[in-house]
Design a binder for this molecule. Structure first.
Ligand code: NDP
Ligand code: BG6
Length: 526
């Protein structure tokens, strides 16, 4: 389509198609221009907190095609007005956006139905077809549902609700994708009978985060890092996820899964793939996903001796929820052995990484909120200075406050000639002051509209991810391995620090975190 050359504003569809071409370099034709976005589980937490807001932001910013309608489906007896009321606190609507918001909700409808009843889906299909352009429209089904109903829902969508004409159909699925290798394989097999892989978008929302997506550009768009990004120069790689709050209130749900299934097997492992994989042949989604699968195939199942598990207990001096331990939650079984903290060491047995520990650390109720990738480089061979040179570290901080910083040695400023640790610092909020980073869900939902699966998990990636963790999970459950208690608000059990030290991570505790440092500067010298 030729873009308008006049000052006439672009329609949403024109903006969308332009963006699609810019992002993905092609424009599918022959499909419908009308779109239906169906949220199954519209009454739930995920829909309330993430999905409706993401759709609203995309709509508000003109990033969705004009003819897009949103349909909520759930068991509860609700109206669009009810949905609006529950979602509004998460939608960050500015005062002047009232008209746009009304226009967004005028494109919404809601239908009550049962997840395992075919006739409910017949009604849904009739409703979809009755919307403007609905018969022809492309259909995106977002399963914001507990995994227990996935089987029924997928089968019913396939049987009753697929676009009857030239529209495409896409399915967005949320983790957990099974509980272990076997259940995940069963789910994948079920899906494969109903849909083609290119219709299935498995969300790992960490793949929608700015700094996670930046890993590929950082690695493959710079000459600087390539030659050192390997076992010759990297001593270890640390991937961290920390949350400063516990699971109180959703302990019963969490207890079924635990931190390894909740965070490590997906979010951290996906980050590991992007940090460890070889350069893909192109940015074509399957070229990228092929490399991720290859790297996973080089990782042996985690050995229990390379793992430290923890469970938080209350802090008697704390306030509110921090006073309470995991087991104080009445919805959690009193003798639960579910870990809320885990550190695991994985090895990628290939030519690039052989012998380099990949340390995955994640936990709830810790001292801070943080997600990051840290490459610690080896010591400088043959140090010529009187003082020791600290190891270089490259840190990609995913959240909070996105940043990339490289910890490095420099000459201590002034009359001295000794090395001192400092950093090259790219902090996003200083460097990109006026840029608003999209939310992970916003970005990923836009990808589904555009038909780009690069940031979604393919079934073979999933199989490999479960292969790596299933033996450990089964062993923990069989032996009822008791996690080590740690205090709410601490850094987790000290045994985890012992493990990472044992495999070669070097923490000196001297870094002063970006301040000018301990250097005594003589007047006029800086
Ligand atoms: P730290 O020096 O605090 O920690 C480095 C690593 O060592 C982390 O993985 C940390 O884990 C771990 N660690 C901390 N204490 C111990 C311990 N007792 N035993 C073993 N391991 C430990 O962080 P940084 O090197 O990143 O820098 C320090 C501070 O400077 C940070 O707050 C950082 O955000 C800030 N900084 C910010 C910049 C920016 O905003 N652009 C630029 C440069 C620095 P754990 O997470 O568990 O503590
Ligand atoms: C989810 C986990 O996948 O990620 C939650 O199930 C966790 O337990 C959440 O709190 C963290 O996401 P974010 O984007 O807030 O870091």
């Amino acid at each position: 389509m030729d873009m308008k050359r006049t000052t006439e504003p672009l329609t949403r569809s024109e903006v969308f198609n332009q963006l699609k071409r810019e992002l993905y370099g092609e424009h599918h034709s022959g499909h419908s221009e009308n779109n239906l976005f169906i949220i199954l589980g519209a009454s739930g937490n995920l829909a309330k907190k993430k999905i409706y807001s993401a759709l609203w932001w995309l709509f508000r910013d003109g990033l969705l095609p004009d003819n897009t309608y949103f349909v909520g489906f759930a068991r509860s007896n609700l109206t669009v007005e009810d949905i609006k009321k529950t979602c509004l606190p998460y939608m960050k609507v500015a005062d002047e956006e009232g008209d746009c918001l009304s226009s967004f909700f005028s494109k919404n409808s809601y239908l009550r139905g049962s997840y395992d009843d075919g006739s409910s889906y017949d009604k849904l299909d009739t409703h979809l077809s009755s919307l403007p352009g609905g018969v022809d429209a492309n259909r995106i089904f977002y399963l914001a549902l507990p995994p227990t109903v996935y089987h029924h829902v997928c089968a019913n969508i396939r049987k009753h609700c697929m676009s009857p004409t030239r529209g495409w159909n896409r399915l967005i699925m949320e983790k957990p994708f099974g509980r272990d290798l076997q259940s995940s394989q069963e789910l994948s097999a079920h899906l494969a009978c109903l849909f083609k892989e290119d219709q299935i978008y498995r969300i790992d929302h960490y793949l929608g985060k700015e700094m996670v997506q930046n890993l590929m550009v950082l690695r493959f768009g710079n000459r600087l890092f390539g030659p050192t990004w390997n076992r010759n120069s990297v001593s270890c790689v640390v991937l961290t996820f920390k949350e400063p709050f516990g699971t109180y209130g959703r302990g019963a749900n969490f207890d079924d899964f635990g931190i390894i299934r909740d965070v490590m097997q997906n979010h951290l492992l996906q980050m590991l793939c992007l940090a460890a994989m070889e350069k893909p042949a192109s940015t074509w989604p399957d070229d990228v996903r092929n490399e991720k699968v290859k790297v996973l195939k080089c990782i042996a199942p985690v050995d229990a001796s390379d793992v430290v598990l923890g469970q938080y207990m209350g802090d008697p001096d704390g306030e509110g929820q921090s006073k309470l331990g995991y087991l104080d939650d009445p919805t959690v079984p009193k003798d639960s052995c579910t870990p809320t903290f885990a550190t695991a060491v994985l090895y990628v047995r290939n030519e690039r990484w052989d012998g380099v520990p990949f340390i995955l650390r994640c936990g709830k109720a810790l001292n801070e909120r943080k997600a990051e990738l840290r490459l610690q480089f080896t010591d400088v061979p043959g140090n010529i200075f009187a003082t020791h040179c600290q190891r270089n570290e490259l840190v990609v901080r995913v959240q909070p406050n996105e940043a990339i910083y490289l910890k490095m040695m420099t000459k201590r400023p002034g009359v001295y000639f000794s090395p001192e640790e400092t950093e090259l610092d790219l902090t996003y909020r200083s460097r990109y002051k006026n840029v608003k980073l999209p939310d992970a869900y916003e970005r990923l939902i836009l990808d589904v509209f555009c038909g780009n699966q690069m940031h979604f998990v393919r079934s073979d990636e999933l199989r490999e991810a479960w292969r790596i963790f299933t033996p450990l999970l089964h062993q923990m459950e069989k032996k009822k391995t008791r996690p080590i208690p740690y205090k709410y608000g601490s850094r987790g059990p000290s045994e985890a620090d012992d493990l990472v030290r044992k495999v070669g991570f070097c923490y000196e505790g001297k870094y002063n975190g970006g301040s000018v440092g301990n250097t005594k500067v003589f007047p006029g010298q800086l």
